[in-house]
Structures are given as structure tokens and as C-alpha cells.
Design a protein around this ligand. Structure first.
Ligand SMILES: Nc1ncnc2c1ncn2[C@@H]1O[C@H](COP(=O)(O)OP(=O)(O)OP(=O)(O)O)[C@@H](O)[C@H]1O
Ligand SMILES: O=C(O)c1ccc[n+]([C@@H]2O[C@H](COP(=O)([O-])O)[C@@H](O)[C@H]2O)c1
Length: 232
């Protein structure tokens, strides 16, 4: 017997979480992608959504345009079906505050678990974020160790971390928000700043990011002086 679609369709796993990976992604690189894949494999996540910010509230404007950064992200995730790109911040005017992004995701997801993914450098800057205390009312935090960027060793943020810290992945799926999971991921000392400066100096960024992204950068002459096309 063929069941009607409403019976046949499997509902999403009731205890699975969604990973939210915000960033400037100027450009996206393997330091984002490899740790994200490791989180998918180790944690009860159904997908990781990469959310490029339009107007970073905390740093200089990106060099590549929103459309160019979005295109690079789409090329970067094409081979991994559990990676998705969400352009909601690009469609919003004003500073791209994460609290607004998580509130809009929460409105869509109901009470399902959301996990905001951050490197240790971004985590240490958390008290400077807009309405930062509200973030924990909206999502869990997954804090990925980044080379040369230790977790806070003292002060308010250390206490904030210790009072919410968990090490059992199953707990992430058992409640919708409010926990912090620090994670060891493969340490890749890659940054978008370094990639931009290599390209600006006329050097190659190959093998620091996916080939498709590197080809796109060269094709559009991003991050370089107008005449730079060294690997034609
Ligand atoms: N190599 C890396 N390992 C772990 N986390 C990373 C790494 N690179 C970036 N991240 C994390 O990814 C998120 C988005 O980072 P972002 O897009 O700003 O990249 P970036 O390389 O830090 O860029 P930039 O050098 O321009 O500041 C942040 O939470 C950051 O901590
Ligand atoms: O909401 C804020 O005030 C805020 C302040 C600093 C950073 N963020 C977000 O943190 C994410 C990582 O930032 P970055 O600079 O490492 O790309 C990205 O999604 C930013 O929009 C958000």
C-alpha cells in the first residue's frame, strides 16, 4: 500500500540541532570548512547554515561585495549537502547583529535546538556584541579552538563559559538553547586576512581554500591590484 504523503514523509529528527555559522567570509576558506565538517560528524547536527554578514558591526567593511562573498560560499559548499547558505543578513539593512539573526531563526524553528558556531577569537569578543546576554536565550554556542586563540582564562567570560559548559554532545539536542560546548577541531592556521594579503602581494592562495573559490577569486580579480592574474 502506498501511504499518503503526510504519513510517508519522515518528520525531522526531534532531537537534532541546526548549526549556525556566521562570518564575514571574505573569503571563505578551509579554516571554516574543515572544522564545520568535523562538527557535523561529531555532534547531533542535521545541517550547518553559513550566514554571511552584510555590515559587520565590529570591523571594517569587507573587501568583496555581499554578492561576491555569497557566490564564493555557494561554490565552497557545493559538494556537501548538509552545508547550506542562508542570505538573510545580506537582505537586511543596518548592522548585521547576530541577536537579530538568531531571533529570526528562532521564530522559524520554534523550540528546536540552534547552535551558534564561533571560533575562540570571536568568543573572546562576545561581551562587545550587541545585546550579547540575549544570545544564550536563543541558541547554544559551539566554540571551536582556533590556533593561537585560547579560551578566556580569567574574568567575566571565563565564569560565563564555566557556568554553561558541557562536554556531552547529546545535551545539545535535549534543550533548545543556553549551553556552551568547547570543541577541539583540526587546527588550521588559515585566516581570510592572510589570504587577502597574499593575493594583494601577488602570491597564490591555492590550497588554503577550495579550488572553485580560488578560481572564482582569480576570474573576478578579487583582493588584488587590477592587473593581477598570475595563474592564467
Ligand atoms: N582557521 C580557523 N579555525 C577555526 N575557526 C575559524 C578559523 N577561521 C575563522 N574561524 C571562525 O569563523 C568565523 C568567521 O570568521 P571570518 O569569516 O571572520 O574568518 P577570518 O579568517 O577570521 O577572517 P578575517 O581574517 O577577515 O578576520 C569566526 O567565528 C572565526 O572565529
Ligand atoms: O552581533 C554583534 O554585535 C556581532 C559582533 C561581532 C561579530 N558578530 C558576528 O560574529 C560572526 C563572526 O564574525 P567575524 O568578524 O569573525 O567574521 C559574524 O557572523 C558576525 O556578524 C556579531
Amino acid at each position: 500500500m502506498i501511504l499518503p504523503k503526510t504519513f510517508a514523509a519522515k518528520p525531522p529528527h526531534p532531537t537534532a540541532a541546526i548549526g549556525i555559522f556566521g562570518g564575514t567570509f571574505d573569503p571563505v576558506h578551509f579554516g571554516h570548512l574543515r572544522p564545520a565538517l568535523e562538527l557535523l560528524e561529531q555532534l547531533p547536527l542535521t545541517e550547518i547554515r553559513f550566514i554571511p554578514c552584510r555590515h559587520p558591526p565590529h570591523r571594517q567593511a569587507p573587501m568583496a561585495s555581499p554578492g561576491q562573498r555569497l557566490a564564493m560560499l555557494e561554490l565552497a559548499i557545493a559538494e556537501e549537502p548538509r552545508f547550506t547558505v542562508d542570505d538573510r543578513e545580506l537582505a537586511r539593512s543596518g548592522p548585521s547583529y547576530m541577536v537579530d539573526t538568531l531571533a529570526s531563526l528562532r521564530a522559524e524553528q520554534g523550540n528546536g535546538p540552534l547552535c551558534l558556531i564561533l571560533g575562540t577569537d570571536a568568543f573572546r569578543g562576545l561581551p562587545q556584541w550587541h545585546r550579547w546576554a540575549e544570545l544564550m536565550e536563543l541558541a547554544h554556542l559551539l566554540v571551536m579552538k582556533r590556533p593561537g586563540e585560547p579560551l578566556p582564562q580569567e574574568g567575566e567570560l571565563k565564569h560565563f563559559l564555566e557556568s554553561r559548559c558541557i562536554y556531552d554532545p547529546a545535551q545539545l539536542a535535549q534543550q533548545p538553547r543556553g549551553l556552551i560546548f568547547p570543541l577541539e577541531v583540526t587546527q588550521l592556521a588559515i585566516s581570510a586576512t592572510r589570504i587577502r594579503s597574499l593575493i594583494g602581494a601577488g602570491r597564490s592562495a591555492r590550497y588554503l581554500l577550495p579550488d572553485a573559490v580560488w578560481d572564482d577569486i582569480r576570474k573576478k580579480r578579487l583582493y588584488s591590484a587590477p592587473l593581477f592574474m598570475p595563474e592564467q
